[in-house]
Design a protein around this ligand. Structure first.
Ligand code: ATP
Ligand code: MG
Length: 416
């Protein structure tokens, strides 16, 4: 038995008291059975949405037309969805009609995989498993509920979900389920990019990202939404997949590591836009990719490394290091020791917070004008760049008196 949160148990108890059938369903049942604490607990019931609304003091009609109501109990949100079946699918995208049902088995039949199609009542301890979900959990297999071809044709996202679950859970695809993917790719093509991206990100952040990416390539799914990787030469693609398992687990780091040696930062941006990633993610991946080849800086002097830091920004050093480490680990592990040395130097430099931009200078604009004896003019910008260059070479110069002296000599040398 899992430790189901109190508010969830309360909701189940209340609906039961009113005579409705009620179960925990989907991911939380799967995760509990495999000994993992569920992220969230979804409740399904025979009660109609209006009946659920009436049964509790505080409810939010989250997706009432699909039968979902959020019950608020002691500050906790519990999603309660009426048993339903989905008939006509539109274009392999979204069900166009939802029918409420009284029978939990009908609800479980519309679900994607046997391991996701179990229901459990933590009060009565009843487990409903009509499709052999427990057996597949034990065998570590992702298998469609019913005919894989039919299920993949109804909703084109499902093949990608199958591969995503295999990667996240470290499972295999049932052979029949896998075999159905190529035939249903035309339906996968029509799926909204946001839905594809959501599943792809979960795969990329999983423990078996490399395996997941390989399975995406094998099944033909990858060519549909990431042809840049799918059509790369075999060795380049293998290295990219290996690099994508970068640590720490982070979307931006993993995306950058995956794409850095395949595409330039411009192309990476196009991919991000196409898959509707948030702008912030796209910008960060772009930056990480444009400086990913840190190995080029192995022999750099300290001033050169400070100039690199000035370009990439102190906040990005860690992430950049992670991307470079993953790439080199995949391609040239023998070079890792010299790279770790470079990473150490960069981290130490970053930690010393050296002056890297005009606003870090010990002289502000006013002081620079006073020293030069000028008012606002383009020469102030020039002088700032000169001083920044001086402190990037030697940060200990960043003292007002030292900078004033340097400035006066600079002014003299310019003969003005
Ligand atoms: P996770 O822990 O990754 O959230 P999950 O099993 O909760 O896993 P969700 O995507 O949150 O996955 O979906 C919840 C449940 O809804 C699934 O377990 C499955 O039963 C059902 N489901 C979700 N998407 C589909 C789909 N496209 N087709 C059929 N059933 C689906
Ligand atoms: Mg979920």
């Amino acid at each position: 038995d899992a430790d189901v949160p109190r508010p969830v148990l309360d909701v189940i108890a209340r609906l039961r008291e009113l005579g409705h059938a009620v179960f925990l369903v989907g991911g939380c049942v799967r995760d509990t059975l495999r000994g993992v604490h569920p992220k969230d607990f979804d409740v399904a019931t025979s009660a109609l949405p209006e009946e659920v609304q009436r049964a509790f003091r505080k409810v939010i009609p989250t997706g009432i037309q699909h039968g979902t109501v959020t019950v608020v109990v002691g500050g906790t949100h519990v999603e309660v969805t009426t048993f339903r079946s989905e008939s006509e699918y539109h274009d392999g995208r979204r069900p166009s009609a939802v029918t409420f049902e009284q029978d939990i088995v009908k609800d479980l039949s519309r679900r994607d995989f046997t391991i996701n199609a179990m229901a459990w009542n933590p009060l009565s301890h009843e487990l409903v498993d009509p499709f052999g979900g427990q057996e597949d959990l034990k065998a570590r297999v992702v298998r469609c509920v019913g005919s894989a071809i039919e299920r993949f044709s109804e909703d084109g996202l499902r093949p990608l979900r199958a591969v995503r679950f295999a990667a996240v859970l470290d499972f295999r695809l049932d052979p029949g389920t896998q075999a159905a993917i190529p035939a249903t790719l035309p339906i996968f093509r029509k799926v909204a990019h946001e839905r594809v991206r959501e599943e792809f990100v979960k795969l990329l952040l999983s423990k078996r990202a490399e395996f997941g990416l390989e399975l995406l390539a094998e099944t033909g799914l990858l060519e549909v939404f990431l042809p840049e990787l799918a059509l790369a030469d075999a060795e380049a693609a293998r290295l990219a997949r290996a690099a994508a398992a970068a640590e720490p687990v982070d979307v931006e780091i993993r995306l950058a590591a995956l794409l850095a040696d395949l595409v330039d930062s411009q192309r990476a941006e196009e991919i991000g836009v196409r898959l509707k990633f948030p702008t912030k993610t796209i910008e960060r991946v772009r930056l990480l990719i444009s400086h990913a080849s840190l190995e080029r800086h192995v022999g750099d002097s300290e001033p050169a490394l400070r100039r690199l830091l000035a370009k990439v920004g102190l906040a990005n050093v860690e992430a950049l290091t992670s991307v470079a480490r993953a790439r080199i680990q995949a391609r040239e592990p023998a070079r890792l020791p010299e790279l770790e040395l470079l990473f150490g130097r960069l981290q130490a430099l970053a930690a010393s917070k050296p002056p890297l931009s005009g606003k870090d200078l010990a002289l502000n604009g006013g002081a620079i004008m006073a020293t030069l004896g000028v008012g606002p003019s383009p020469i102030v910008g020039e002088a700032t760049r000169f001083l920044l260059d001086q402190v990037l070479d030697e940060p200990s110069r960043n003292e007002p008196e030292t900078l004033k002296e340097l400035l006066r000599r600079w002014q003299q040398a310019r003969g003005s």
